[in-house]
Design a protein around this ligand. Structure first.
Ligand code: ATP
Ligand code: MG
Length: 261
């Protein structure tokens, strides 16, 4: 579904992303973790076509693109295949537009449907993300952070993306809402085959939602593998420090070769 090869981004002399390579199968789920400034968002923005790579290639569902500005048509096509949800859903919503209309607008943008079909699709999306009729008639300010994030996810799903990127998208929400949204994402993945690229500082969430994890440091990949092996028995000292720096009740990482406690 997504094939990223030797991706690189320079900002002047500074190399923000250096030789990042990974792939994501249909229905796959990959988490990218790493300290602040390690290049996670820049990588995601290049994949989504919001930032031009300095080098390397991104292929989405077989269509490849390298450095250079994409043509508008290619950009729109990619927009349909990849959608990105950001940390702050408030900034992406029009505060004067009812959220049901915001979802309808996204549907109209991506699918050519008659009015009745569009209404049905909007209802389906609102239902999928767990928003009811009353909430659909509300303005963004009348919703909670978790509800707004659901609106952002519904709008992203309106494009029927093959890859959904969430960049710290649930970091600001409280734990019970986070759990609900993680469950929602798992359901979407199972129902639609959409692959998830999940950027987070929350290693608990990574265990919950991702098959694989990629650890970035200073723009480079330091470790990449199945969640269980990377988080339980990290090979790289940086990964071990990253795991140690996050308090987790109930378990601690062990070194490879060490017996489980
Ligand atoms: N437009 C830009 N111009 C110059 N430098 C940039 C630009 N965007 C990002 N950077 C730099 O690239 C590096 C990687 O930034 P990025 O936002 O990808 O990190 P991140 O891993 O997402 O961090 P965080 O966890 O804090 O979100 C940082 O040092 C940042 O300052
Ligand atoms: Mg970031």
């Amino acid at each position: 579904m997504l094939e990223v090869r030797s991706l690189r981004k320079e900002f002047g002399d500074f190399v923000a992303v250096d030789d990042v390579t990974f792939s994501l199968p249909e229905q796959g789920s990959l988490a990218i973790v790493g300290e602040s400034g390690s290049g996670k968002t820049t990588t995601a923005r290049m994949i989504a076509g919001l930032e031009t790579p300095s080098g390397g290639t991104v292929a989405v569902a077989g269509a490849e693109r390298g450095p250079g500005r994409p043509r508008p048509r290619a950009r729109r096509a990619r927009g349909r295949r990849i959608q990105m949800v950001f940390q702050d859903p408030y900034s992406s919503l029009d505060r004067h537009q009812r959220v049901g209309d915001a979802v309808a607008e996204a549907v109209a943008l991506h699918q050519d449907l008659p009015a009745a079909g569009r209404r049905a699709r909007v209802a389906e999306l609102l239902d999928l993300v767990g928003l009811d009729e009353r909430q659909a008639r509300s303005l963004p300010k009348a919703l909670s952070g978790g509800q707004r994030q659901r609106v952002a996810i519904a709008r992203a799903l309106a494009a029927q993306p093959r890859v959904l990127i969430l960049d710290e998208a649930i970091a600001a929400l409280d734990v019970s809402i986070q759990a609900q949204i993680l469950a929602l994402l798992a359901r979407i993945r199972a129902d639609t085959g959409t692959a998830l690229l999940f950027i987070t500082h929350d290693l608990g969430a990574v265990r919950h939602i991702s098959d694989d994890v990629l650890v970035m440091r200073a723009g480079r990949v330091v470790e990449h593998g199945p969640v269980g092996s990377v988080l339980d028995a990290p090979e790289d000292p940086y990964t071990r420090r990253l795991i140690d720096s996050i308090p987790k009740p109930g378990w601690k990482p062990r070194r490879r070769g060490e017996k489980a406690a």
